[in-house]
Design a protein. Structure first.
Length: 273
């Protein structure tokens, strides 16, 4: 079996054949949040299944392709559909595309996701800029021998979400009359949504929103020295006392409704990177 670094190089080498210019920004789009791909010019689409060593995603609402091109004139590489730990992928597989993006030359990673709200000030359809996270996933993506060529053994995590990008996004949101919250994202394994007691627990420990993605990718991005910006669409509220059953369809529907706001912020942010 070939090593991780060689796999990254083989994946990147394959993708590079389709790239007119090296991407500066990597983008991972969450469930029901794939429409930013309509803003990509000069696009080249590569199904994940064609890329050596890439996993293939299975969840409804995920497109499963890598798209190269430009947004607002800036070269990007976009994942339409991501890999989740709950699907059965290893953490190494979940985070592999981030490492490939780094190898392609990416310096900044933008991430979106659908998340459950726990902050009493949040409503369904709100946007939350992630300023920090709490990792409750059961396995760490950097567990195992460290490859120093990919990053340090003990990465600093004092600012996994770049403050400069948070500030830029807030300015963009205000200029476009889009209300945004900032807050802490709790990353869990899933695939169950949380029990009422779990939502309460996650709020007590400091979480504002909870979801089943993002944290592994952000950890690996921090390890690789990438600047990260991430934003959640609040698709359901875990803290309501009544009527708080949650379905995947409801999550996708709420994500879709809020998507234009999120897409605008991402597009303008890319222009300012
Ligand atoms: N919990 C976990 N993941 C989620 C949620 C939630 O309430 N909503 C969307 N993704």
């Amino acid at each position: 079996m070939i090593g991780l670094q060689q796999q990254i190089q083989e994946s990147a080498g394959y993708i590079r054949q389709f790239a007119v210019q090296a991407p500066e920004t990597g983008i991972i789009l969450g469930s029901g949040l794939g429409n930013l791909i309509n803003d990509i010019s000069d696009r080249k689409e590569i199904p994940y299944g064609d890329i050596p060593h890439f996993p293939v995603s299975t969840v409804e609402g995920h497109h499963g392709k890598l798209i190269l091109g430009t947004i607002m004139g800036r070269p990007v590489v976009v994942m339409a559909g991501r890999f989740h730990y709950y699907e059965g992928f290893s953490m190494q597989q979940v985070t592999f595309p981030v490492r490939v993006m780094k190898a392609l030359g990416v310096g900044t990673l933008l991430v979106s996701n659908a998340a459950g709200g726990m902050n009493a000030a949040f409503a369904v359809g709100d946007l939350m800029i992630i300023t920090d996270h709490i990792n409750l996933q059961p396995e760490h993506p950097l567990r195992g021998p460290n490859n120093n060529a990919l990053g340090p053994r003990f990465p600093d995590m004092s600012e996994p979400y770049a403050k400069s990008l948070v500030a830029k996004a807030r300015t963009i949101a205000a200029a476009n009359n889009i209300p945004v919250h900032t807050g802490v994202y709790v990353g869990v394994q899933g695939p169950t949504f949380e029990t009422r007691a779990e939502y309460k627990f996650m709020h007590i420990i400091g979480g504002d929103a909870v979801g089943m993605s993002t944290v592994p990718e952000v950890i690996v991005a921090a390890h690789a020295g990438l600047k990260v910006f991430a934003m959640s669409v609040i698709t359901d509220l875990g803290i309501r006392e009544e009527e708080n059953t949650i379905t995947h369809e409801e999550v996708l529907e709420a994500a879709k409704a809020a998507e234009p706001k999120l897409t605008l912020i991402f597009r303008e942010l890319i222009a300012q990177l």
